[in-house]
Design a protein around this ligand. Structure first.
Ligand SMILES: [Zn+2]
Length: 61
């Protein structure tokens, strides 16, 4: 319908609700388990290298 699909925006909006990453052909990041961050550091936290802090990665086909 000419609507631009922005997966990142959609995911962030829906992530606290019943979110189905499969719908977006994505999957929860195996490295951070969808957390987007790894270990806590004095500066805050280390952003997950796998998903870049997003918590989800593109599903491999
Ligand atoms: Zn990750």
């Amino acid at each position: 319908m000419g609507k631009t699909f922005d997966p990142e925006k959609e995911v962030k909006k829906d992530i606290d609700k019943t979110f189905d990453p499969e719908k977006y052909e994505m999957t929860f990041c195996p490295l951070c388990q969808g957390d987007g961050k790894l270990v806590k550091t004095p500066e805050g936290f280390e952003v997950c290298k796998e998903c870049g802090g997003f918590g989800l990665i593109k599903k491999k086909r």
